[in-house]
Design a protein around this ligand. Structure first.
Ligand SMILES: [Zn+2]
Length: 467
């Protein structure tokens, strides 16, 4: 995400949540429970994700009608039990009502308890032994609706005048499909969206087919590399679609709302060159497709690095486009393990926007850093420290982006380009399609550079105030 979100609503104490989660998990293990937990243990968003299984693939069929915002879906989920399960949960907001759930083809008991706004509690007829692969099919329908995040921004299925802007970071995926909404549970996707003829539905990966019947069109997309659920989209609207290939041969598909075409043409033309440039610095582009979605939804207030095809709420600036494209390496293939590791996404993407500026004849990274360091110690930009945003409403604060980008430029100046880019490339290669923590990055940088960087990272990532 490139833009700073404003406002703050809820402040969650990480310390309290951590101890609560650990205690609950410990108790479950000791008692040998066969019930999958209702959260994945992230202290910033304790109700997101679930325990007891891992998803391998989501097959989603959605039917959306913008007038009335009616959304109907069938989700077929392939998963594997990580312990013996007599009951488990999926995350699905209660704006979606479930009509039936089937586990391995047999009808299961499904409940959406009123006290838990996004849990779908599933009791299969037969116990699922640890290690078993199983299939869950969920039929559901409701009103496509966004949710408000702790920092006040909108997230999820966000209706627009001609469709919906669909962006799931950090909590939005369960507004439109049943999911294990933990960034650690990566899966592949096939997304089919049926919309009124004349509208497009744009998702991740390759466009496999577009079939029109009875005045409606079904768009089918397939993503064969595993991603976190917050990076999935199924954005609906009127779009002009263009296609091409980068210099490295990666196909791109760009969908632009007609109202944004004039303002975005010059910037979008640079998309292949930006991807080729990052490939030279960060290593092979991690996915088989690329592109962008430019919508007309300025009230959203941000863009998101939806995998293979970032989504923009309006015609993007060049720096915003570079930021989102860099996320394909930092965020989408190497993904944070917990939400407090957000610096691995945003600091890296913002630094990459500086790097693109330098490469294209604008300010150098050093000039960007000098400009940042010229800000006074009282400036809000210095807090919270990017390596520990402390609360879930601060993960998208200025500091994570700008002080976070400055951290990498300072590291680059300390180690020199050769060692620095060896670290940046090696980091992606080591964690491709996986998850990582800030601590793992700082240890990796120290190991590769043969330097003790403990003090450097303490000052830049963890200490309060201006480094
Ligand atoms: Zn970002």
């Amino acid at each position: 995400m490139p833009f700073v979100r404003s406002a703050c609503v809820l402040v969650l104490s990480a310390a309290v949540a951590v101890s609560g989660t650990v205690a609950a998990t410990g108790a479950a293990n000791r008692s040998g429970s066969t019930i999958g937990s209702q959260g994945a243990g992230d202290p910033y968003f304790p109700s997101q994700g679930n325990g007891g299984y891992n998803v391998g693939h989501y097959d989603l069929y959605l039917r959306y009608t913008p007038s009335g915002q009616h959304l109907r879906g069938t989700a077929t989920i392939q998963a594997r039990a990580t312990k013996t399960l007599t009951r488990f949960d999926l995350d699905l907001r209660h704006s979606m009502k479930v009509s039936s759930v089937w586990v391995n083809g047999t009808k299961a008991v499904a409940k959406q308890p009123a006290s838990r706004t996004q849990e779908l509690v599933i009791t299969p007829k037969h116990t699922l032994p640890k290690g078993q692969q199983f299939t869950v099919r969920v039929h559901y329908a409701g009103v496509g609706k966004a949710i408000h995040d702790p920092d006040g921004s909108l997230d999820g299925w966000i209706p627009t005048s001609d469709g919906a802007f669909v962006a799931g970071e950090p909590q939005g995926a369960p507004t439109w499909f049943p999911v294990n909404n933990s960034p650690r549970d990566k899966a592949t996707y096939r997304v089919m969206v049926n919309v009124p003829k004349g509208l497009a539905a744009i998702s991740n990966g390759a466009l496999k087919s577009r079939v029109t019947k009875h005045n409606r069109t079904t768009w089918t997309w397939k993503l064969t590399k595993p991603i976190s659920s917050y990076l999935v989209t199924a954005t609906v609207g009127k779009y002009k679609i263009t296609r091409g290939h980068t210099g490295d041969g990666v196909p791109y598909l760009i969908a632009v709302d007609p109202s944004q075409q004039a303002d975005s043409a010059n910037v979008l033309r640079k998309l292949p060159r930006i991807l080729d440039f990052f490939t030279t610095r960060y290593g092979k582009y991690p996915f088989k497709q690329s592109g962008a979605i430019v919508d007309n939804a300025p009230y959203v207030g941000y863009a998101l690095e939806t995998a293979t095809r970032p989504i923009f709420d309006r015609a993007p600036s060049e720096s915003t486009l570079a930021h989102e494209l860099a996320h394909e390496w930092y965020g989408d293939t190497v993904t944070l393990k917990r939400w407090r590791d957000i610096w691995l996404n945003e600091g890296f993407a913002e630094f990459s926007a500086w790097l693109w500026d330098e490469h294209s004849g604008g300010q150098t990274g050093a000039q960007h850093l000098n400009q940042l360091m010229s800000l006074s110690a009282n400036n809000e930009i210095w807090n919270p420290p990017p390596g520990n945003p402390r609360t879930n409403d601060q993960i998208f604060s200025d500091s994570v982006y700008e002080r976070g980008a400055g951290t990498l430029q300072a590291l680059r100046e300390k180690l020199g380009n050769k060692t620095f880019f060896t670290i940046m490339r090696g980091w992606v290669a080591a964690h491709r399609y996986g998850n990582a923590t800030v601590g793992e990055f700082t240890s990796y940088a120290s190991a590769v550079s043969h330097r003790d960087l403990t003090h450097f990272f303490h000052v830049w990532l963890y200490k309060n105030g201006k480094p």
